[in-house]
Design a protein around this ligand. Structure first.
Ligand SMILES: [Fe+2]
Ligand SMILES: [Fe+2]
Length: 417
């Protein structure tokens, strides 16, 4: 059975209301959460197997990852096409000769995708009723769900991307900002602290998987997830990578789109490894040092040097200005030192929970935009979640920041050499 994707919140509300009057219908999400937070609703066979709808993560210039969960242990595979199903490709996650099976969590990487074309894809899962050593039995047939993402790279060479950050489980923020993504086509970056913590799976589904699926389905675009300090906390933090697709299996990475180099840096926990509450189970000193070595190789690469613009995204920003806010952790110093001589076009930061634009200065010779976040006891600051929208047309980069009312609070233009 192939189900069509609902494309907007009105569809959701209509079907949600219909579902309320039909005893046999089941939500893909907890019904109360679905109604409250605008999650998509499924019925019939799809509801009987899919726990969360798929979300799409951009991974590379020709690859995307797709992740979803099922309500029972099942198989998972993806079929996809960019020519109206005349050519059908199959993607299945496998490790060490074992394909995805008998799991609640499913993901697959689609390789060979042309980002200039729309992508149609179907997730497929089949419930497994028996999994013995020499006898595996399916319970029912395979169920599919189809969706699409738009062409990420339009023919005129324009790039448009957005950044959301520091959501901290406040799912209403998605209601505020999803309508403003209608003119963004390349990706929506989540620059950390999507969740307050990763304590248990139900919360992870509600605050991460469902809203990311909303972005993929309602706005037809992929996300790029970058870890914040809060995603390093809680029992599930060590299993987060099982649920998400990561470029080259790492939380940091880079991609070149239309000769613009994007580098995504994981700044890790914002507390020292010796902080007593961690009881010796963190080693972000070593992790950041290794990542910094990777950044040093990145800034001397041809991809970086030959790019027409170089965009750095990192959750914890460097020092804002002379005498302004600066990260306390010394382990970030070496990383931020690299950027000083790397000819960065723009850095996109988060973490502070107040939005700001910071021109280049001698200690940070490149401009910095920081997205806002929910109130954290800084009433004198701009304590407001924001959507940062960037658009590169020709040699002009536009950076706009919208507050939760949709008002533009920052509007800057940068000339790209
Ligand atoms: Fe935060
Ligand atoms: Fe943070």
């Amino acid at each position: 059975m192939i189900l069509k994707t609902m494309t907007n919140r009105r569809d959701f509300l209509r079907l949600s209301a219909a579902a309320a009057g039909m005893g046999g219908m089941r939500f893909s999400a907890n019904a109360a959460d679905a109604a409250k937070y605008g999650f998509q609703v499924l019925d019939g066979e799809a509801a009987a197997i899919f726990e969360t709808l798929p979300y799409v993560q951009l991974l590379g210039v020709d690859s995307v990852g797709i992740s979803w969960m099922t309500v029972a242990k099942a198989t998972g595979r993806v079929t996809w096409s960019q020519d109206g199903w005349r050519t059908e490709h199959i993607a299945v996650h496998g490790e060490d000769g074992l394909l995805d099976a008998y799991s609640f969590v499913h993901k697959a990487v689609l390789r060979g995708v042309d980002l200039h074309k729309p992508l149609r894809y179907r997730i497929h899962s089949r419930r497994i009723g028996k999994f013995d050593i020499y006898g595996i039995g399916y319970a029912g047939g395979e169920v599919s769900y189809e969706s699409t993402i738009n062409a990420l790279l339009p023919p005129d060479g324009t790039l448009s991307w957005a950044m959301m950050n520091d959501i901290h489980d406040n799912l209403r923020i998605f209601d505020c900002f999803l309508p403003h993504l209608s003119d963004v086509s390349t990706m929506c970056i989540f620059n950390g602290d999507v969740m307050e913590d990763l304590t248990y799976e139900e919360k992870f589904k509600r605050d991460f998987l469902h809203p990311f699926a909303r972005v993929s389905h309602e706005r037809r675009m992929p996300v790029w997830f970058l870890r914040g300090n809060h995603e390093t906390r809680g029992q599930l933090a060590r299993r987060l990578r099982d649920y998400v697709s990561l470029p080259r299996g790492r939380y940091f990475g880079a991609i070149t789109l239309e000769r613009v180099r994007f580098v995504f840096v994981d700044t890790g926990e914002d507390k020292a490894d010796e902080t007593p509450v961690y009881q010796g189970v963190n080693d972000f000193d070593g992790y950041i040092a290794r990542e910094t070595e990777w950044v040093k190789r990145e800034v001397v690469s041809a991809e970086w040097k030959n790019a027409r613009a170089r965009i750095v995204v990192q959750h914890i920003p460097p020092q804002l200005s002379d005498g302004g806010w600066a990260p306390k952790l010394r382990r970030l110093d070496a990383l931020n030192e690299v950027w000083k001589t790397a000819n960065v076009t723009l850095m996109m930061g988060a973490h502070l929970h107040w939005w700001c634009w910071c021109d280049a200065w001698s200690g940070r010779p490149y401009p910095l935009v920081v997205g806002g976040g929910p109130r954290l006891g800084n009433p004198e600051k701009h304590d407001n979640a924001t959507l940062t929208k960037c658009r590169l047309e020709g040699d002009r980069l536009s950076v706009k920041v919208l507050d939760q009312t949709g008002k533009t609070v920052i509007d800057k233009k940068l000339q790209i050499a």
